[in-house]
Write a protein that binds this ligand. Sequence first.
Ligand SMILES: Cc1cc2nc3c(=O)[nH]c(=O)nc-3n(C[C@H](O)[C@H](O)[C@H](O)COP(=O)(O)O)c2cc1C
Length: 417
Amino acid sequence: MTPLPPRRSGELDGEVQQHHTVSRAAVPLQEVPGPPCEDGAVSGAIRPPDPLPVPGGAGGAAQEGGPGAAAVTSERKRDHLRLALDGPVASSATTGLERLRLRARALPERDLDQVGLAIDVLGHRLAAPLLLSCMTGGTGEAGPVNRALAAAAQIHGVAFGLGSGRVLLEDSSMAPTFGVRDVAPDVLLLANLGAVQLRTYSAADCARLVQLCEADVLVLHLNAVQEAVQPSGDTGFGGLLRRIAQVCTALEVPVLAKEVGFGMAPEDVAALLDAGVAGVDVAGAGGTNWARVEGLRDDRAGRIAAAFADWGWPTATCVAAAAPLCRSRGALLIGSGGLVDGVDAAKVLCLGADLAAVGRGVLAAGAQGPEAAAAAVGELVEQLRIATWACGAGSVAELDRGCLLPAEGFSGPAGAG
Ligand SMILES: Cc1cc2nc3c(=O)[nH]c(=O)nc-3n(C[C@H](O)[C@H](O)[C@H](O)COP(=O)(O)O)c2cc1C
């Protein structure tokens, strides 16, 4: 692979460029959940109490709701949370990051506390280039998880994403399960909606969702295989790009697009950027597999899902492929999908991502509560700091392909490197 020139603060073109600066953030060394086990459970992670705590007492939103759409969505959200915590939902593919090694330096020639992790993204200063991925909301159990993770994001100065707000558009009584601003007043906060929902919901609804969540950014997720495996899933993906473009034009906040764990082909990244998204989260394969999650909810879906257990673009491959496309347009690139620690985060930054995102790797800590969540995120940040330092970089802006050892058998797609 051809090493790319180091990406330094302010080197990107366009809007994102103005927001990239580097400074140093001090964080304590804390505990973090271990990597996904073979069966998909998170090793070393603390299990949530069973049943999960429900704000406002027993029952929970799904049980309180009637037989309407919101109640069905809420029940599904509850299943997703439980299965992601306890079910065999890991992809049988690997991220490809395991084949990459950081180029360790015996002589970093600077003090660890001189390493800068801070970065400015979409007008917000982050203390470290990390995002806690969009995961939950819309069921009683989700509220405490969101609040614990959002509070951890506030403590450590990283970004935080809420799960799909479709249920909130269907039923405003779900608002408390998405309400995190009081515990995360300064956090770069992402609201989220399935792109396929744009067949039902307008740009005005998207703006309302952003407002209800008090978010800074809207993320539209693309989850074609998940919808196809899910009984009664919505597979009407025809014409979505035009609808996404309309939302990008209409909204005052930046709009991002993400996958949910199968990655994005370069031509999809290019099309989304041309449609006006401010950036993409490729969410590659090797972590949570949403065909398997849906397959655990229904026998027939499980038989369909079995063929998709290793589906998708490995994270390393799709980050490498998306990097030059995003860089040339000054768009934000988020590298995610199966990241388990701060060394994985450093690797996706080396491949060209601006932010590294972690989903299920922090979910168990979020379910355990604010202390465990803060500890988990703190350790991620510390691991990233050590990795940056120990491969000789002075800041995360200096992490680039030159900080990776050439990996046998790995090369990004043509044009990626
Ligand atoms: C419990 C759970 C719920 C999720 N819900 C959403 C969602 O509502 N919207 C979305 O864009 N992604 C959702 N995701 C996908 C994650 O944001 C992420 O893209 C995916 O899990 C891959 O990252 P990971 O391997 O680090 O978990 C969810 C993930 C989990 C584990």
